[in-house]
Ligand binder design. Structure first.
Ligand SMILES: [Zn+2]
Ligand SMILES: [Zn+2]
Ligand SMILES: [Zn+2]
Ligand SMILES: [Zn+2]
Ligand SMILES: [Zn+2]
Ligand SMILES: [Zn+2]
Length: 394
């Protein structure tokens, strides 16, 4: 290695003479180099660090905003001048590119906007404005709280208390009317529910509770008619109602219990065939605990198409009833086991399947013809026809 020499900068590197020039120029850590931007001199190794960090070097803004400036100004530019810098929204505190911030303000949910009613507070975060106007704005025009009862008054919210004080009488009378309206609506709905719950397959059992007190009441007050709930002979069928006079009426007065049926105007009358001609049977159920000993009382008839009682009923007036003034003798009623637990059961069966089977019904027709046509309660007393009555022995 006789050809090797020591670097004249005393960097302690030994190298061959041929490489010296390149060493001094580029790699000697102790070489002297001048920065082209700040014109300062650096030794080789400190220059490595200075390069790319010279504060005087002109560079592109790192946000790619297109600006060129000396590195020493870069920090400040990117923090507070660059239009591509990120900056927080003053209202919602989310970060945005500075130049889009203005657009964001048009949508920012927290941006303060003016209440359209110019109330106090004047400015409200955008996302709260609707709720403010609807619920809180003292200047918003709102309807009186009795609007649903019919009060048409509207005023700024702050004025409402005064109106409520002034209009107490009006509000009270409106509420009164509302109560009456709702009451009749409830009655109508109750009636509808009752109608629906009394859709039958043609068989309806009517329980009459508290029968003992009703019997003695009937004795002291003539012509008290107990009416059953309405019932339908099928889902879209005829609507009927049974009724009893516990102390009898017409020819059965004071001696018998009378039992009648009448057509009631129903929801589907216009779709049905008239007159009504399905056979009907009445049964007074025997509640004897031994089924073998039960003596159910049954009466049946088939409506004659000529009878007024079974024409399409009128919506407005009660139709006439048809039935048996002497359905059961009162002594027999009391002596038997028809009354148990102070209740009586009347079963009505409408033979929905045999409307057209006239032959079978012929003799029952005769039977029914001998019974009473019940025109009105007032006329019952004059009716003297006898009813046919028999007991089915099981
Ligand atoms: Zn060197
Ligand atoms: Zn420099
Ligand atoms: Zn920039
Ligand atoms: Zn915002
Ligand atoms: Zn407001
Ligand atoms: Zn009002």
């Amino acid at each position: 290695m006789y050809d090797s020499i020591v670097c004249p900068n005393n960097c302690s590197v030994q190298l061959s003479r041929g490489l010296l020039e390149e060493h001094l120029e580029y790699s000697c850590p102790l070489r002297k180099e001048k920065c082209e931007f700040c014109k300062l001199e650096f030794s080789g190794d400190t220059m490595e660090n200075h390069r790319g960090a010279c504060p005087m070097e002109v560079t592109w803004c790192e946000n790619k905003c297109g600006a060129r400036l000396q590195r020493r100004f870069l920090n400040n530019h990117m923090k507070s001048e660059c239009h591509k810098r990120t900056a927080p929204c003053h209202y919602c505190h989310k970060e945005f590119v500075f130049e889009t911030l203005q657009d964001h303000y048009y949508q920012c949910p927290r941006f303060l906007v003016m209440c359209p009613n110019r109330c106090d507070p004047l400015k409200i975060p955008r996302e709260e404005l609707e709720k403010h106007v609807l619920n809180d704005c003292p200047s918003a025009h709102i309807p009186c709280v009795f609007k649903d009862a019919g009060c048409k008054y509207m005023c700024p919210r702050f004025h409402l208390d005064k109106h409520l004080e002034d209009a107490t009488k009006l509000h009270l009378s409106l509420l009164g009317r509302l109560v009456v309206d709702q009451d009749s609506m409830i009655k109508a709905l109750t009636q509808q529910i009752r109608t629906l719950s009394h859709v039958t397959d043609g068989t309806f059992i009517w329980k009459i509770p508290a029968i003992k007190s009703k019997l003695s009441e009937a004795k002291s007050k003539p012509n008290v008619e107990l009416k059953s709930d309405l019932f339908y002979t099928s889902r879209y069928g005829y609507c009927l109602r049974a009724s009893v006079f516990l102390n009898g009426n017409g020819s059965g007065e004071d001696t018998h219990m009378s039992l009648y049926i009448r057509m009631v105007s129903g929801e589907y009358d216009t779709l049905l065939d008239w007159p009504f001609r399905q056979p009907i049977s009445f049964q007074l159920l025997d509640q004897c605990s031994d089924p073998e000993k039960r003596q159910t009382i049954t009466e049946s008839f088939t409506p004659n198409p000529a009878w007024k009682q079974f024409q399409q009923p009128n919506m407005d007036s009660d139709s006439m009833g048809f039935g048996y003034p002497k359905f059961i003798n009162l002594e027999m009623l009391r002596a038997g086991t028809y009354i148990r637990d102070d209740s009586l059961y009347v079963k009505i069966v409408v033979d929905t399947g045999s409307t057209k089977n006239n032959n079978v019904l012929k003799d029952r027709h005769v039977l029914a013809d001998r019974n009473i046509l019940l025109n009105s309660v007032a006329e019952h007393r004059n009716i003297k026809l006898e009813t046919n009555k028999y007991i089915i022995q099981k």
